[in-house]
Design a protein. Sequence first.
Length: 116
Amino acid sequence: MDAAVELAEKFSAELILVHVITLASQRTTNMQRRQANAHEAMTRLIREVAPSQIKCRFQVIGDMLLGLAEEEAADLIVLASHGQSGWGRIFFGSMAESVVRLSVCAVLTVKRPTQI
């Protein structure tokens, strides 16, 4: 998140934070509850991390990140990678990899810090 905020500040850009609710999680949980939780989390995140001088908003979407990037005429997509490998990556796929391959704009992937 810090990298995205720094880029937005440097280039006076609008920052659109996106929470993607994957199809797999849509099937296994209450979709309305997931959306409400995502809205709460994104609102807190913007308050805590984004300086007031940055134009910042968020959206909660399904698996339509690339469509949103085209619709918004995004110049850059910044996303965190879970860093899955082996069977986990084969079974669940890699959203970051597909975004990098299919995006019409630049993509910056940021490795999520490891938890100890």
